[in-house]
Write a protein that binds this ligand. Structure first.
Ligand code: SF4
Ligand code: SF4
Length: 61
């Protein structure tokens, strides 16, 4: 299973993760969303988030 989990309670919608994703898999609408068909679970966004709002699937955000 690929993809990441977003903890919307922690996400500040700062957009930092969007700018580091090389797959354009993150989009910010009303809330941050991950496009599962684009995400390759590289973990770059998980490491960059200043609010620890992202986790690779299988981990708790
Ligand atoms: S970097 Fe973290 S806080 Fe910022 S938009 Fe992404 S998930 Fe939300
Ligand atoms: S895990 Fe990688 S590909 Fe998936 S949303 Fe984060 S930065 Fe993009």
């Amino acid at each position: 299973m690929t993809g990441i989990a977003i903890n919307h309670k922690k996400c500040d919608e700062c957009g930092a993760c969007i700018s580091v994703c090389r797959k354009d898999a993150l989009v910010l609408g009303e809330k941050l969303e991950v496009l599962a068909d684009r995400c390759v679970s590289c973990g770059v966004c998980v490491n960059i988030c200043p609010f620890a709002a992202l986790a690779t699937n299988g981990e708790t955000a």
